[in-house]
Design a protein around this ligand. Structure first.
Ligand code: ADP
Ligand code: MG
Length: 558
């Protein structure tokens, strides 16, 4: 048996591979399983065009076997297998992808289920194994071969026995060291969890013998441990299913299974786009605020899958900050992955998807607002603040997205209203959208500053949240109507009384000067006001900032 050496570059690459490409060791299982799935897919695609080949789904699966004594983990598949040459080419040459070549050769336009493309994933096995043995029998061949390697030194190939077509990958796990433990990859529960995490939506069954504690037959209290073959993955990605096939319950179950939250989501959004960038997504608007939501610890993001395989647990680029409460996942075949398939090489497609998602979420929230006000208000109770922060933080850039999602308490309606509702009720002579700031609605109601505006029959929006006025300042206008604080100097409705007040001002100037002196720098001026009805006095500002804003600003640490 001749020992063949890896090419020099390959040696270096392999070292790099093993030590630096992947962030987590557990990824090796995702890679080996992906290859097994590709191998089965290849038979599936061949059968589409080859009359002599039938693809009976039940015959195709992936099997994981653990041997604790031997410290081996075996991943077997009933896929297309490899000839001697293929073993040499595909496993003996790093960065050679037989799967990518297969896609090209067969001009598979729809072959996007095939996962492999870089020709490196296989070597991730050396992160956890000293020796990797591959036993394979190719479809249409009588011979089987064994490929074996201990890593950087090279590999050997020799004929061997194997009954069925397919491939066994046998990993002899490394011994534990002080810092690293490899035993975990012999543990059923750990393996199950890794499979669930990354490979749950592989289209073929991933089977494993699992130990179950069961009641002994005929006994009522005696248990025994039995090995039972189980299929670990759920296989059918719910996002690939047709929307009409799915019930609300299906979506809720998925939410729970994926641990997106413990609550019941207010709404789900199922997206399937088949355009320039193909992608599917299932998104949720949670009902409750996650406990760490308004803290620094909270990480926004959606799960990102590529062809059903998990790439990233939380991809932050997919959501704007103001929609950071949205949970869910995105799957796309069209991502430019980097070689580790853990991060993306360029974000063109991602930017496209993110923009698309943003608009969908906006539209769905608007629909909710229109069709189920009660639910929307519950949502707004939880996340409205985040939307307002969004307007402020983005300097109003995304106001098109956000302005129609905002709600404020109305002096007239005595409930939350949208800006659109406010504006549509404005009498013709009303120039501004009026608002008043305060700690509570009750307190605002009693503000003398609101009198004149209210007396005019104009509606006033009550801002009780610190962020409200800041956000509105960023919006500047809504439907060409500017916002105006009831405590601003010029309310735009006092003109008719101007002469009268000017005269009064003159008449009592001395008194006012005296008052100003007594107040000793606490006020800039004391003037006659045209806005008061039943209150003797009120405070106003003449600058950009309202009293409330000034309060917030002066309470902020410098
Ligand atoms: P990739 O999957 O990106 O092509 P890998 O390093 O994971 O790269 O695998 C290299 C190649 O080895 C694959 O493209 C495929 O041709 C071949 N291969 C790996 N595992 C199997 C398998 N279980 N059955 C058949 N071919 C396989
Ligand atoms: Mg691969």
């Amino acid at each position: 048996m001749a020992m063949k050496e890896f090419k020099a570059e390959s040696k270096r690459l392999l070292e790099m591979m093993i030590h630096s490409i992947y962030s987590q060791k557990e990824i090796f299982l995702r890679e080996i399983i992906s290859n097994a799935s590709d191998a089965i897919d290849k038979i599936y695609y061949k059968a589409l065009t080859d009359e002599n080949l039938t693809f009976n789904k039940d015959d195709y699966y992936i099997k994981i076997t653990v041997d604790k004594e031997q410290r081996t983990l075996t991943i077997s598949d009933t896929g297309i297998g490899m000839t001697k040459e293929e073993l040499e080419h595909n496993l003996g040459t790093i960065a050679k992808s037989g799967s990518l070549a297969f896609k090209h050769e067969n001009e598979l336009k729809d072959g996007h289920d095939i996962i492999g493309q870089f020709g490196v994933g296989f070597y991730s096995a050396f992160m956890v194994a000293d020796v990797v043995t591959v036993i394979s029998k190719s479809l249409g061949s009588d011979e089987a071969y064994k490929w074996e390697s201990q890593g950087a030194d090279g590999y050997s190939i020799e004929p061997c026995e194997k009954d069925a077509v397919g491939t066994d990958i046998i990993l002899k796990l490394k011994e534990n060291t002080e810092d690293e433990r490899y035993d975990e990859f012999l543990d059923e529960y750990r393996l199950k969890a890794i499979i669930k995490k990354y490979s749950d939506f592989i289209r073929y069954p991933i089977k494993m013998d699992v130990t179950e504690r069961k009641l002994k037959e005929g006994s009522e209290n005696e248990f025994e441990e039995v090995k039972e073959e189980q299929t670990i993955n759920s296989m059918v990605p719910i996002w690939r299913k047709n929307k009409n096939e799915l019930t609300d319950e299906d979506y809720e179950n998925f939410y729970q299974e994926k641990h997106y939250g413990f609550d019941k989501p207010i709404k789900h959004i199922h997206i399937s786009v088949d355009g320039a960038v193909r992608y599917q997504a299932i998104l949720y608007i949670p009902e409750n605020i996650p406990f760490d939501y308004y803290s620094k610890e909270y990480e926004k993001g959606l799960e990102l899958y590529s062809s059903g395989v998990l790439i990233m647990e939380k991809c932050p680029e997919l959501l704007p900050d103001y929609f950071s409460f949205v949970k869910g996942m995105v799957d796309s075949e069209d991502l430019s992955l980097n070689i580790s398939r853990e991060i993306l090489q360029q974000d063109k497609q991602l930017t496209f998807i993110a923009k698309n998602i943003k608009n969908k979420i906006k539209r769905e929230l608007e629909n909710l607002l229109k069709n189920d006000r009660e639910k929307y208000e519950a949502f707004y109770q939880s996340f409205g603040r985040q939307l307002k922060f969004g307007v402020y933080n983005e300097f109003g850039r995304d106001k098109e997205v956000l302005q129609d999602l905002l709600l404020f308490y109305s002096s007239k309606e005595k409930k939350l209203v949208t800006l659109d509702e406010y504006v549509s009720r404005m009498p013709e002579d009303q120039k501004y959208i009026y608002y008043a700031t305060g700690e509570t609605n009750e307190r605002i109601e009693k503000l003398p500053q609101t009198e004149l505006v209210a007396d005019k029959g104009y509606e006033i929006l009550y801002f009780t949240d610190d962020i409200d006025e800041f956000a509105i300042k960023m919006l500047m206008k809504y439907k060409d109507k500017e916002f105006k604080s009831v405590s601003s100097g010029d309310l735009g409705i006092e003109e008719d009384k101007q002469k009268e007040t000017e005269a009064e001002q003159k008449e009592h100037q001395e008194l006012f000067d005296f008052m100003k002196e007594v107040l000793n720098g606490k006020v800039k001026d004391v003037k006659v006001s045209a806005r008061l009805k039943s209150h003797p006095v009120c405070i106003t500002t003449d600058g950009e900032l309202s009293i409330e804003m000034e309060k917030v600003l002066s309470s902020m640490p410098n």
